[in-house]
Design a protein around this ligand. Sequence first.
Ligand code: 5GP
Ligand code: ZN
Length: 109
Amino acid sequence: MEDCIFCKIVNRELPGEIVYEDDRVLAFLDIHPKAPIHLLLVPKSHLASIQNEGSEDVAGELVSAAKHIAKEKGLSSYKLVFNVGREAGQTVNHLHLHLLSGGPSELTI
Ligand code: 5GP
Ligand code: ZN
């Protein structure tokens, strides 16, 4: 999708510190980390929000990739967060899963 920053990172039109990739999911470092480890996991195909129809399968793929990355990096404790809607903090309208780890237990994002 045009003018979507996460689509541009997926398409390598914008730089991103990519830590994981498979057929359907890309994971990269959040540019403004809110924890010592703060990754964003996105579907390669544009989907705006968890509120969109059919998002459950995509969300499952993101969670599955997050578990894989956490295992690979030896993270036993972490947070997985979907912000849904502007008032809840969603600023980028390309569905994404935050993976946060290594910070204080009372993290707010
Ligand atoms: P949201 O607030 O929509 O749930 O999360 C969007 C996240 O994307 C924020 O944590 C923000 O720091 C991150 N972000 C925004 N623009 C960019 C960018 O251009 N590159 C990267 N790597 N992260 C970004
Ligand atoms: Zn997009």
